[in-house]
Write a protein that binds this ligand. Structure first.
Ligand SMILES: [Zn+2]
Ligand SMILES: [Zn+2]
Length: 835
């Protein structure tokens, strides 16, 4: 084991912040330690199982485990939503294994969002050595030869929703015995099933319930769900399963105390863009730290923002962007676009995180840095290694990056090296992907708000060995949501975590899922009830389209092949990224993002390696690339128009109208900018010839009367900039009320929209049919727009910056924008809108 940390978290934090002339810490929260609340084993838990847990070091369970297990044992559907490492697995293992022991024919199906997690859980169940259970993973990696044995003999099958959808349900006849005897369905990490993906999984679970009933399991299996801490988990689990679900939310496991600091990198002094980045001044390290100035030095190319071109990020790129909504309206000052010379920026969060990682490692503190992209994680690790080596040659070897995609042996080696202190610092993407059991670290540095309070707490929860206090630091990125949060600690520490949003009624999900269900077995009128709102209309549409045939006994799938439905893909078929020289397939990008990421000339990052796109063939669904590392990045720009299809709901609030409805968004990627990586300087803008694309989706929008804007002091010439700035910030703050991030959402604002005939701001789901985000925004309008207004008003910049009203994905070059007028616009909305 590593030795004790060099200093208490408070002392360590004091040293870290001392190194900056201006204190970057905006708030320190002390999260007190919590003593565990044990509970006796339930009387129904067999002695054999208790003994097995005792052998694994679990003498007594915690109360929340016993409560959740008790509900599940009583055949009530239950979700346990508690913190990291709170022992959620015991809550479902106990009733499931007790049932397998009591009924030698019963079976259990376990679903995890990733293969790695299912493999970890398999080891945990196997280690209990309960006779006759024969647990087994059944996924894409399972050899054909083993599959039949698993179907016949395993009573605890671990898989993922994709395999259930593509393999198990279409082949249900081979699984009939297993499904007939299915007692429990465990849905682990169920908070991952959100948005469009979550809506698909909701229907996969309904298809599973349908097949169980068809094979004679009329009462249906009991669902036990495990979730990270989330808002209203009972409602989310109910939407996911279509069943009434009870929730256990009180975490009674013990927790180490954590000192949690909110950290805002300093604003850099305004600089002409040609002189290169200016590192913020930092004092010499204090005596307690390693020698030498370990500042990440200037001149080193470093992305200003994390690149979004690795696959994990790319999946979230919607077919959206900012419009050209103001033809003929000159920018108020006639100045070039505000985004083109980045007048006022903060020191980058990546750079700050690298420094913090180097400093904590130098102090002998075991630290994990969470970075959102793989490329970002590598930049952080490389920078930290370099500065440590400058201080003490060889010290850099104690820092590593975790890129994902490692073999299990390599992950275990990392885990071992960290545990023993050979490795002191690790920069990584999120822990789910890690598949490594990394708990009990001394410090966690989180580079940029991870998008939800739920994942923030999950990441911070990696810090803290038993009985020892730990340090957690959230480093704000140049982004309105991050800025808002570091200045509103109550929104981090005082607010409940977000609700998981999904919308199973999305017609773009429901139709394809009903087609899958019909291909598995003809649909009956009773099935329509199972699939919920909109199912009847969706079936009629499938009949109309010739996919289903209606007969007296139900609706039949008409084709020989099964419908091709990808749970995770959307926005068209994925585009393959192929290395031109070798023909090697590097990966795929979903169709919706391909125009943005893979246009000719685009710089495309894949697992930290840079490529340039030679050509994009949309007919073949293939982009040819070559390895090259230019010193610029590329930024696609698009033009967007929007028309209102229907209004679902609205609020008439005098001069303000607030709406939820369906819209058609047409967007076309028309050009791209090349920008110097080091400075953000725009090199040039090049035209592109790509087709326009249509998106039918759900939007929330508000209108204001021109008179109310004049009365609020907004000059008519500034209306476009006011609305545009309000729209950017509103998109940035929406993740505060819904589990999405700004890449899931698009927007458009205009001084007069033909469908509303008024100044209007639209915010729409960037997914066909909507994903529930706009709907959530409509329901939470007042708190959403209040936070938006405060974020703009409280930003320290003068004319707008990436921390408030500028957007990294603006298709219009962040022009025009008016920060003060955006506040006036939002004030008009908020004073008129009922709470
Ligand atoms: Zn600002
Ligand atoms: Zn914009």
């Amino acid at each position: 084991m590593a030795g004790p940390p060099a200093a208490s978290p408070g002392e360590l934090l004091r040293r870290l912040r001392q190194r900056h002339p201006a204190d970057p810490v905006t708030h320190v929260e002390r999260v007190p330690p919590r003593a565990g609340v044990p509970a006796p084993w339930p009387s129904w838990a067999p002695e054999e199982l208790r003994a097995a847990y005792a052998r694994r070091g679990v003498a007594t369970p915690w109360r929340h485990q016993v409560e959740a297990a008790g509900l599940a044992h009583d055949r009530r559907h239950v979700v346990v939503a508690t913190g990291t490492a709170s022992g959620k697995s015991l809550a479902y293992q106990l009733p499931a294994l007790a049932t397998l022991l009591a009924d030698p024919r019963a079976t259990v199906l376990y679903l995890a969002p990733t293969k790695a997690l299912a493999a970890d859980q398999l080891r945990a169940v196997a280690a209990l050595e309960i006779e006759g259970v024969r647990p087994a993973c059944y996924d894409g990696d399972t050899p054909r030869a083993e599959r039949e044995w698993i179907r016949r003999h395993s009573r605890f099958v671990l898989t993922n929703p994709d395999m259930l959808h593509h393999g198990i349900l279409p082949g249900h006849a081979q699984w009939s015995g297993f499904l007939r005897r299915l007692a429990y369905v465990v849905v682990d990490e169920c908070h991952v099933y959100r948005g469009v993906f979550g809506s698909h999984v909701a229907h996969v679970l309904r298809r599973l319930r349908r097949q169980c009933a068809r094979y004679g399991r009329t009462a249906g299996p009991t669902f036990v769900l495990a979730s990270a801490t989330s808002g209203d988990p009972a409602a989310a689990a109910g939407r996911l399963t279509g069943l009434p679900v009870a929730a256990i939310t009180e975490d009674t496991s013990p927790r180490a105390g954590v000192t949690f600091a909110l950290w805002e990198p300093p604003l850099l002094p305004p600089e002409p863009s040609t002189s290169g980045p200016t590192p913020a001044p930092r004092q010499k390290p204090s005596a307690g730290m390693a020698k030498g100035d370990r500042r990440v030095t200037s001149g080193q190319p470093e992305p200003r923002a994390e690149p979004s071109a690795d696959p994990a990020q790319a999946n979230r790129q919607p077919t959206s962007g900012q419009p050209e909504p103001f033809p003929g309206v000159p920018s108020p000052s006639g100045e070039p676009a505000a985004g083109s010379d980045l007048t006022q920026v903060r020191r980058s969060a990546l750079r700050e995180t690298a420094d913090l990682l180097a400093d904590t490692v130098a102090a002998g503190v075991r630290t994990l840095a969470f970075v959102r992209s793989r490329r970002g994680a590598e930049v952080v690790a490389t920078s930290a290694r370099r500065s440590l080596d400058e201080a003490v040659p060889g010290l850099g070897d104690r820092v590593a990056a975790y890129r994902g995609g490692y073999l299990r042996e390599e992950r275990r080696e990392l885990e071992r090296a960290l545990l023993h202190g050979d490795l002191l610092g690790l920069a990584s993407t999120n822990a789910l992907e890690l598949g490594v059991d990394l708990i009990g670290l001394d410090a966690v540095v989180i580079c940029g708000y991870p998008g939800t309070r739920a994942s923030l707490w999950q990441q911070a929860g990696r810090a803290g060995r038993s009985g020892q206090e730990a340090l957690a630091v959230l480093v704000a990125r140049d982004d309105p949501l991050d800025t808002y949060l570091v200045h509103h600690p109550e929104a981090v520490f005082g607010a409940p975590v977000e609700a998981t949003v999904l919308d199973p009624a999305n017609a773009y999900v429901l139709g394809p899922q009903l087609a899958c269900a019909a291909a598995e077995a003809p649909l009956t009128p009773a099935d329509l009830e199972l699939f919920g709102d909109g199912a009847k209309e969706a079936v009629e549409a499938l009949v109309e389209a010739g996919a289903l045939r209606q007969r007296p006994t139900g609706w039949y799938w008409r084709h020989r092949e099964r419908p091709a439905v990808d749970l995770r893909g959307e926005g068209g078929a994925p585009v393959c990224v192929v290395e031109a020289a070798t023909g090697r397939l590097l990966g795929t990008v979903d169709g919706g993002s391909s125009h943005f990421l893979l246009h000719a000339g685009a710089v495309y990052l894949h697992q930290g390696v840079s490529y340039v796109v030679d050509s994009l063939d949309l007919d073949d669904g293939c982009a040819l690339v070559r390895p090259e590392e230019p010193d610029w990045s590329t930024h696609a720009r698009d033009v967007t128009s929007l028309s209102v299809v229907s209004v679902r709901s609205y609020v008439d609030a005098g001069p303000v109208g607030f709406f939820l409805g369906e819209v058609d968004v047409t967007s076309q990627v028309v050009s791209y900018q090349r920008r110097r990586i080091a400075t953000g300087e725009v090199i040039d803008t090049r035209p592109l010839d790509l087709p326009a694309r249509e998106l039918r989706t759900v939007a929330v929008w508000f209108t204001l009367s021109p008179e109310s804007l004049v009365a609020a002091g907004v000059d008519p010439v500034d209306v476009p900039g006011a609305l545009h700035a309000a729209e950017h910030a509103a998109i940035g703050l929406l993740p505060l009320v819904a589990t999405c991030d700004r890449w899931d959402i698009g927007g458009l604002s205009t001084a007069v929209h033909p469908d509303t005939e008024a100044p209007t701001v639209f915010v729409y789901d960037g997914h066909p049919g909507g994903a529930g985000f706009a709907e959530r925004a409509y329901g939470m309008a007042a708190s959403w727009l209040r936070a938006t207004r405060d974020a703009i008003a409280e930003c320290g910049c003068e004319t707008g910056c990436p921390s408030c009203v500028q957007s990294p994905k603006c298709g219009n070059g962040n022009n025009p924008l008016s920060k003060p007028d955006a506040i006036r616009v939002l004030d008009v909305v908020l004073t008129n809108l009922p709470e």
